[in-house]
Ligand binder design. Sequence first.
Ligand code: ADP
Length: 258
Amino acid sequence: VDANIVPITGKIKGELNMIVLLYDITEIRKLEKVKSDFVTNASHELRTPVTALKGFSETLLDGAMEDKTVLKQFLEIMYTESSRLDLLVNDILELSKLEQKQVPLKIERINIQEAILSSFRLVKKEAEHKKMTLILTDTEITYLNGDISRLKQILTNLISNAIAYTGIGGKIEVTVTQTLTEAIIEVKDNGMGIPEDELDRIFERFYRVDKARSRNSGGTGLGLSIVKYLVENFNGTIEVTSKLGLGTIFTVRLPFQD
Ligand code: ADP
């Protein structure tokens, strides 16, 4: 709690000469901490690829480039690291645009099944590479009013995570059902799963269960925080259940709105 003491001057001076204003600043402090943690983490994450790029280019310039094999090997690493940097900067900008509500919403009637099939097409290459089966469980066609590009962003993020954290030959199943008031989308994989005590942390910015694995699969650690933000934009909720070594289910509930 913070306090402000405001001396009173003027007519009512006399009996009452001061007002004490009390207000709760825990929420403000919390927000400030989230922001400063974000800047610290973002800088740290950005530093990793930048350090690698600097180190490898310096070594090449110091003479290592004379050896063609080393040159090729280092350039490949530098290419991977700059792609990482690109992904990171994109996700950081995306999150900040969403927070500042800079992206206008385009509301239309969405056919959810079509949005899912379109996300399947976007991840087709990754899925084929890992010999995955992508399944859309056929239920009745469900419509929802909202911004289709945001729904696709939610779906694509969840489906590419499912692919990234599931082994070769795995199965990703997306199911859509509906109640009178909401559409329910489930993204289920039979992958590595998430330890129970980390389940509620995975939506935090930059939180990863296994940093090295996330890096290797091209993850930035921001995907699920973006998803959570977008789901809340639909006034919806997202939940996760998981069994280590068996698989994970993300459940997104999106209320029908007029
Ligand atoms: P990342 O870019 O690392 O994938 P996300 O924010 O999308 O970041 O996810 C945060 C972490 O949650 C991941 O690093 C991973 O450890 C875990 N995770 C997300 N989806 C899954 C999944 N389907 N199966 C297992 N772990 C997952």
